[in-house]
Design a protein around this ligand. Structure first.
Ligand SMILES: [Zn+2]
Length: 280
């Protein structure tokens, strides 16, 4: 579907934020020092919920990281990061102060004595922040390498208590869906048709067993392409039943209804009979 300009901007931001987190994950995975790495925790403390992008549990410290993939030139201000173009961003300092406080309370209630350290990682090499006070817990792109080396020097003798704490936090993780603003959509309002698994193009055609992309040339088995689209359908319309007709319409490019029905029958459980058949 066509997004409004605002929705599109929001979408790009979400996508960018996610890419930033993945980039930081690559860095934390390289850490040789013994530590427990926890990604994307959604926790609650004093009835307030908070989200931690990345947590590293070391011997004496709990280091939490908020990852920002901001790009371009900004001027520091205690409330906002200001641009010349007028697209100001909230100062993430408030966010990590809050997370740090709530996490400290939670750790205390769990009997942990770890000191909480909180940092904002600005992962994008194209980010500049003018007039940044030097004593802030900000790690700018040019400081990341040295910061990661510093983490390698932390005292790090982990014991069962650290492991138990990590397990406990994972068990407290709330799997509620993240609070993102979805544009309103209906089955009728969105474009039907399969897309390429590599480049998301709608210019795909079927040739025998394969789905072939006219943009990038990538090919995929029709069966796996249909099942990929079933997953997409389930994510977008969790309340709707999966039937041959609806998946046939959803996939668009597959001519034969029978073929869809065979693929669904092979990969899912058949429920109901005759015209009331659906799949789970
Ligand atoms: Zn493609």
């Amino acid at each position: 579907m066509k997004l409004t300009e605002e929705e599109h901007w929001y979408y790009l931001n979400q996508e960018k934020g996610f890419q930033g987190e993945l980039q930081f994950d690559v860095l934390t995975e390289k850490i040789q020092r013994d530590c427990h790495i926890l990604n994307d925790l959604q926790l609650e403390s004093n009835k307030s919920s908070f989200q931690l992008d990345t947590s590293l549990i070391f011997q004496d410290t709990y280091s939490l990281f908020e990852v920002k993939n901001f790009e371009g030139e900004y001027v520091y201000d205690s409330e906002y990061f200001k641009t010349l173009g007028g697209k100001d961003l909230p100062n993430p300092l408030d966010q990590i102060k809050r997370s740090k406080l709530l996490l400290s309370q939670l750790l205390k209630s769990l009997g942990s004595k770890l000191t909480v350290e909180a940092y904002v990682i600005f992962i994008n090499p194209q980010f500049t922040l003018y007039q940044t006070p030097p004593n802030l817990p900000f790690i700018l792109p040019t400081q990341i390498d040295r910061f990661m080396q510093k983490l390698e020097q932390k005292p790090s003798r982990l014991n069962q208590a650290h492991k138990n704490l990590a397990d406990k936090l994972i068990s407290l993780h709330q799997v509620e869906p993240p609070k993102i603003q979805l544009p309103t959509y209906t089955f009728e309002s969105v474009k039907k048709g399969m897309t390429c698994c590599k480049c998301d193009s709608f210019s795909v055609t079927i040739s025998g067993w394969k789905l072939i992309c006219g943009e990038c040339g990538c090919d995929e088995l029709v069966t796996s392409a249909v099942m990929r689209n079933v997953e997409e359908f389930k994510l977008l319309f969790p309340e709707r039943k999966i039937t041959t007709n609806i998946i046939h319409e959803w996939c668009g490019v597959v001519d034969s209804r029978k073929r869809i029905s065979r693929i669904l029958g092979k990969n899912l459980k058949i429920k109901g009979v005759h015209q009331w058949t659906y799949y789970e």
